[in-house]
Design a binder for this molecule. Structure first.
Ligand code: GAP
Length: 446
C-alpha cells in the first residue's frame, strides 16, 4: 500500500518560510498549536490580498458599465442550500480510520487501500460527507435553527436577483459581482493556502438571454485568463482546461478552469461555468417567488436568464503571486519577490543612509509627503544592504535613499528592485517619477 502523506516541494517550503519570516501569512491560532487548514494574513499579506481584491473589483465592476457589485451576508436561509443543490450534492466520499479516526477522501486514496496510511488501522466503509459547516441561529440551542456557513458567495447573488433588477435599470446581458468569505469543511487540505477551510472568493454571475450562454462562456474564459496575466503572472504557467462531462458540477452544463502550474502541478485558480437557468429556476421553485427579467423591448416578455459564472479564489491567487514571483538571485545573494507593482504590498521604501547629519529629517518629510499616495515604508534600522534585502523579500519595487549628496543638491537615489539599477532624481521629482513608473503599469490593469 502506498502512503498518501503530503509530498513536500522545495519551492513551496521556501515560500511558506518567507511568508512567516516577513509577516505575509501565519497559521491560525498558532500559540495554541494551530488549527488545520486555516490561515491568518499578517501586515504584508493583508496588503497583497487587498490589492488582488481591489484589482479584481476595478476590472470587473468599476471598469464595466453592465456589472454591478453587491455584498450578501454569510449567513443565509437554510432553504437556499436546498435549492442550490448543496444539501444533496455538495459532498465528497470519505473513509475514516477505525483506530486513529483520521479521515481521508476515498477517491484520492490509491485503489484497494484498506488500511490507514498513518497508523495502519482498518479503514471503515466509504460514506458521503457534506462539506458545509453547520451552525445554530438563535439564543438557545434547543430552539435554534440549524443553518450553514456559505460554501460559495454565488447564492447571495441569485437570491438577490429580483432586488437588484427591480432597484436598478439593467438590460440583458448584465452581471452582478461580489467577493467575500466562503467556508468548506474540506476532508483533504494541504499545500498551504491552496485548499483551506475558510477562504475568499471573487465571483460574478453574468445573466444572458438563454441560447447566448455558449458565446458568453467563451468571452469570459478569455477575459479571466487575461486578468491573471495582467497581474504579472508568467503566461507560460497559465492554461485553460475544459471540464470533461463527468467532472461537471451538478449545476453546470460546461466549465473551464484557469489553471496555474504550481510546484505540485497544474491546479485550478478559477472556474468559469455555464450554469444555464439552474439556480434561478431552483430558487423560484423553492421560494415561490418570481425571478424573471422582463424584456421591455419584446413587449414585456418574461425571461429566466441563463448564467455564466466566473469564480476565482483570492487565496489561490495570492499563493500564485507568491510562488510565481519568488526568485533566488544567486548572483547578488538575495531572495526577491518580483511582484508586479500593482500587487506589491509596499510600493516604495524610504531610507536615510545614516541616522545623522539631517538625513532622517529629509527622509521622514519625504515619507510624510508621499505615503498617502503610494503605500510606503520608512526604515532607518541596520545597514543599507540589509534594508534593501528586507524590501526585496517584501517585493517592494522601488527604494529611495537619502544620502550626503541629498543634503548638498536635493537629489536622492532611486533603486529598481529587479535590475538593481540606481538613478539619481531630484527630491521634488519623486512624486512624478513614481507616478509614471507605478501608475502607468497599474493603469494597464483596467
Ligand atoms: N460558485 C462556484 C464555485 O464555488 P468552485 O470551483 O467550487 O466553484 C471556485 O470554487 C474557486 O474558489 C476555486 O477555483 C478556488 O479558487 C476557490 N476555492 C474553492 N475551494 C477552496 C478552498 N477549499 N480553499 C481555497 N480556495 C478555494
Amino acid at each position: 500500500m502506498t502512503p498518501v502523506k503530503p509530498m513536500s516541494y522545495p519551492l513551496m517550503e521556501k515560500v511558506v518560510a518567507l511568508c512567516r519570516r516577513r509577516g505575509f501569512i501565519f497559521q491560525s491560532s498558532e500559540i495554541y498549536g494551530g488549527i488545520n487548514a486555516v490561515y491568518d494574513y499578517g501586515p504584508l499579506g493583508v496588503e497583497l490580498k487587498r490589492n488582488v481584491k481591489d484589482l479584481w473589483w476595478r476590472n470587473m465592476v468599476t471598469a464595466r458599465e453592465n456589472i454591478l457589485g453587491m455584498d450578501a451576508a454569510i449567513l443565509m436561509h437554510p432553504k437556499v442550500w436546498e435549492a442550490s443543490g448543496h444539501v444533496d450534492n455538495f459532498h465528497d466520499p470519505m473513509v475514516e480510520c477505525q483506530k486513529c479516526h483520521r479521515r481521508y477522501r476515498w477517491d484520492q486514496l490509491p485503489g484497494e487501500t484498506s488500511t490507514c496510511p498513518e497508523c495502519q488501522g482498518e479503514l471503515g466503509k466509504p460514506r458521503q460527507f457534506n462539506l458545509m459547516f453547520k451552525t445554530f441561529l438563535g439564543s438557545t440551542e434547543e430552539g435554534a435553527q440549524e443553518i450553514y456557513l456559505r460554501p460559495e458567495t454565488a447564492q447571495g447573488i441569485f437570491v438577490n436577483f429580483d432586488n437588484v433588477v427591480s432597484s436598478n435599470r439593467v438590460k440583458l446581458p448584465f452581471g452582478i459581482a461580489q467577493l467575500g468569505k466562503a467556508f468548506r469543511n474540506e476532508i483533504t487540505t494541504g499545500n498551504f493556502i491552496f485548499r483551506t477551510r475558510e477562504f475568499e472568493q471573487m465571483e460574478m454571475e453574468f445573466f444572458v438571454r438563454p441560447g447566448e450562454n455558449a458565446q458568453w462562456l467563451e468571452y469570459w474564459v478569455h477575459e479571466r485568463l487575461n486578468w491573471f496575466k495582467l497581474l504579472g503572472i508568467s503566461p507560460q504557467k497559465l492554461r485553460l482546461r475544459a471540464h470533461t462531462k463527468d467532472e461537471l458540477a451538478h449545476y453546470s452544463q460546461a466549465c473551464y478552469d484557469v489553471e496555474y502550474e504550481f510546484p505540485f502541478g497544474f491546479s485550478e485558480l478559477e472556474g468559469i461555468a455555464d450554469r444555464g437557468t439552474y439556480d434561478l429556476t431552483q430558487h423560484m421553485a423553492l421560494s415561490g417567488k418570481k425571478l424573471y427579467y422582463i424584456d421591455q423591448e419584446a413587449r414585456g416578455e418574461k425571461i429566466v436568464p441563463a448564467v455564466v459564472e466566473t469564480s476565482a479564489g483570492v487565496d489561490r491567487t495570492v499563493l500564485t503571486l507568491l510562488t510565481d514571483s519568488y526568485w533566488e538571485d544567486k548572483e547578488n545573494d538575495r531572495i526577491v519577490l518580483r511582484f508586479h507593482p500593482a500587487v506589491a504590498p509596499i510600493k516604495v521604501a524610504i531610507f536615510p543612509l545614516f541616522n545623522k547629519a539631517g538625513m532622517p529629517n529629509v527622509a521622514r518629510k519625504l515619507y510624510d509627503d508621499i505615503h498617502f499616495k503610494f503605500p510606503a515604508f520608512y526604515d532607518d534600522g541596520g545597514s543599507i544592504g540589509k534594508r534593501y534585502r528586507r524590501q526585496d523579500e517584501a517585493g517592494t519595487p522601488f527604494c529611495i535613499t537619502i544620502d550626503h549628496q541629498t543634503l548638498e543638491d536635493r537629489t536622492v537615489t532611486l533603486r529598481d528592485r529587479d535590475s538593481l539599477e540606481q538613478i539619481r532624481i531630484s527630491l521634488n521629482q519623486v512624486d512624478s517619477v513614481l507616478t509614471d513608473k507605478l501608475e502607468s503599469l497599474i493603469q494597464r490593469n483596467k
